[in-house]
Write a protein that binds this ligand. Structure first.
Ligand code: UFG
Length: 320
């Protein structure tokens, strides 16, 4: 297929673009490089540096078989301080993209959604039927886009899938997480192991969990990418399907830090800090629907494998 990948210079987008090229697809990446890196765009992709809202119409005037839409602002804390950046950058840009798809008859869309659309869950593991009550602007903007996709898919016959990621981690060879402002647990812990930070802060030890720290469901970025390829092949015209992507197993913050200690051999000092605003205690996915309907089978679900791949990537980057 000929595919347009928005945000293909970012973490998840670059890994998916690499997997698409490996699978023999023709890939055009569009990215404004506001948070991505030009050298993260995989070999074999055509790269267009552009603002997606402005360029979507022109890009899709050329026939494409589908769009994979990753480009987004994705910092929860920032989304609460600067909502305009999220409503404009996520929702308005996505509407422009949907309009360009409608205008030019682009048949397929796979969208990068998030567990943040659910907010604080009533039941664990979280299924796609759970109530959507986002607790932050980031999640609210992704949910708004999901609603828009449903309308466009139904009215205009687009075959669409939204993939709701839980905690994405790990790396795919030379493609991994390189945020300028790092807020995610595993890369922060690995920065301590590399000597770039003195210690990691554990945000709260008084949560209602076995060791008092928050539980999350970590999913390997390569497995996540594979789900995108499966979603692309299995979308149905006029339908919008939603799939949660996680491994169905939760790990506490302390368990993650211990896994990083085992993988890196570094003591990784940690101190307990106050809770971080907006964090739910436990987020674990049910991905049964993705397994049943897409045939998704995560290959790298083991937490140590996820951490080891992230660690190899982090060390390579330091050496480069
Ligand atoms: N944490 C720490 N110390 C840190 C960083 C994180 O204790 O220095 C804790 C957090 O409090 C949380 C866990 O580690 O309990 C994981 O935090 P991350 O920031 O790595 O990830 P989140 O679960 O907050 O967020 C992820 C995605 C978001 C998405 C959300 C969906 O990064 O984009 O899942 O729930 F919105």
């Amino acid at each position: 297929m000929k595919l347009l990948v928005t945000g293909g210079a970012g973490y998840v987008g670059s890994v998916c673009a690499a997997r698409l090229v490996e699978a023999g697809h023709e890939v055009v990446v569009v990215d404004d490089l506001s948070t991505g890196h030009a050298d993260a765009v995989p070999d074999g992709c055509k790269f267009v540096e552009a603002d997606i809202a402005a360029a979507a119409g022109e890009l899709l005037a050329e026939p494409f078989d589908g769009v994979l839409h990753f480009a987004a602002k994705s910092l929860v804390g920032e989304s609460m301080q600067d909502p305009q950046k999220y409503w404009q950058g996520n929702v308005v840009t996505s509407l422009r993209l949907l309009d360009a798809m409608r205008e030019h008859g682009t048949p397929r869309l796979v969208f990068s959604s998030t567990a943040a659309t659910y907010g604080e869950p009533d039941v664990t593991p979280i299924t796609e039927d759970a109530a959507t009550r986002p607790t932050n602007t980031y999640g609210a903007t992704k949910l708004a886009i999901d609603h828009a996709i449903t309308s466009y898919a139904t009215a205009h016959g687009i075959a669409a899938a939204s993939l709701r990621y839980f905690n994405v981690a790990g790396a795919h060879g030379a493609f991994g997480e390189r945020h300028t402002v790092e807020t995610h647990l595993i890369p922060i812990v690995l920065q301590v192991a590399l000597g770039q930070r003195e210690q990691v802060q554990i945000f709260g030890e008084d949560w209602p969990t076995a060791d008092g720290t928050c539980i999350r469901d970590y999913v390997h970025v390569t497995d996540l990418a594979d789900a995108h390829l499966l979603a692309l092949e299995n979308t149905v015209a006029g339908q919008h399907r939603i799939y949660n992507l996680g491994n169905g197993t939760g790990f506490t913050v302390k368990q993650v830090i211990d896994a990083c200690r085992r993988v890196t051999g570094h003591p990784i000092p940690a101190e307990v800090a106050p809770r971080r605003a907006g964090d739910p205690a436990t987020l674990v996915a049910s991905s049964q629907r993705a397994r049943d309907e897409l045939g998704w089978q995560p290959q790298r679900a083991d937490l140590e494998v996820i951490v080891r791949d992230a660690w190899e990537f982090t060390q390579q980057r330091r050496g480069s």
